[in-house]
Design a protein around this ligand. Structure first.
Ligand code: ADP
Ligand code: MP5
Length: 274
């Protein structure tokens, strides 16, 4: 792929304050040297303090955006973030059923601020019609609990959930993220054959707005380049850790991560520099 421009597309909602959603995904693609494209599902009036309003785009307009990308520039990988309604999920399933490119699903349900980003009745539909198409699904603990139907309180539960996501719900691989558990930030990857663990010390910061979006976008970018699932998750984990470590002191709530944080490796974080 050395002379080829690698591209990826994100299908998701927006964050005008720039830390999550489409904006976080495109910044991440850019930092990973992947040409980023987007299909917007919902326009969200939100910032680091929370969600103020949501407008879903009409389904035929989402389809027009999708077709505008695909008829012109075939992406090397695709990811989904916020997909709020059943109709949006059915559209994406229709479009991606015979797709051969890697497909990362970040099953966004509730923002860190506690605001719902997916209609409750859609949760079973993403599980039933989209998960079987996923190359990698990247739920956080509450999302994984909903998808598998049992609570997750330990590493054993996390491993059990990852197995269910693959063997019963049809994803090729699952990363259950440990951001919401106590202790180290330990993510568990299961690829249908073995477990791999990606763990870092928990960084003591409230500035984690958009961490899930950024992590899954980095994984998508690496899969677009042809990396294996294991390599892509490892690189994604390094990327999100540096982004949290050097998170920006922006906003009045839970601030955004720093998408160029990897360039500051080894340097003091912003808080220490102040
Ligand atoms: N405080 C933290 N310190 C280090 N890593 C974190 C922290 N919070 C989340 N992560 C990591 O960020 C990634 C996204 O996880 P998470 O925040 O759980 O996602 P989501 O945004 O979907 O809730 C995971 O790799 C997780 O381990
Ligand atoms: C459009 C959109 N997609 C995803 C998230 C989740 O990000 P987080 O859980 O960090 O708030 C968000 N806030 N907005």
């Amino acid at each position: 792929m050395s002379n080829q421009i690698v591209s990826a597309v994100t299908i998701a909602g927006t964050d005008p304050s720039g830390g999550a959603g489409i904006q976080a995904d495109l910044k991440t693609f850019q930092e990973r040297e992947v040409y980023g494209m987007s299909v917007i599902t919902s326009v969200v009036a939100q910032n680091t303090k929370g969600v103020k309003a949501v407008e879903h785009l009409p389904i035929d307009f989402i389809e027009k955006q999708f077709d505008a990308v695909w008829e012109d520039i075939t992406p090397h990988a695709v990811k989904t973030g916020m997909i709020a309604t059943i109709e949006m999920m059915e559209l994406i399933a229709k479009k991606l059923t015979n797709s051969k490119i890697p497909f990362v699903i970040d099953p966004v349900m509730i923002a860190k601020s506690g605001d719902p980003l997916m209609e409750e009745k859609s949760r079973e539909v993403i599980r039933d019609i989209l998960l079987p198409l996923a190359t990698v699904v990247t739920p956080n603990v509450p999302e994984a609990e909903f998808l598998v139907g049992f609570s997750i309180n330990s590493q054993k539960d996390t491993e059990k959930a990852a197995k269910v996501l693959v063997h019963q719900l049809g994803a090729k691989a699952a990363v259950v993220k440990g951001g919401h558990l106590d202790g180290d930030a330990k993510d568990v990857l299961y690829d249908g054959a073995q477990f791999d663990y990606f763990s870092t010390k928990r960084i003591d910061t409230p500035h984690t707005h958009g961490t899930g979006c950024t992590f899954s976008a980095a994984i998508t970018a690496e899969l677009a380049k042809g990396k294996s699932i294991n390599e892509a998750v490892g690189l994604g984990k390094e990327f999100i850790t540096d982004a949290i470590q050097h998170s920006l002191l922006l906003g009045k709530g839970n601030g955004p991560t720093n998408h160029w944080g990897y360039r500051l490796k080894g340097l003091p974080n912003r808080g220490e520099m102040e």
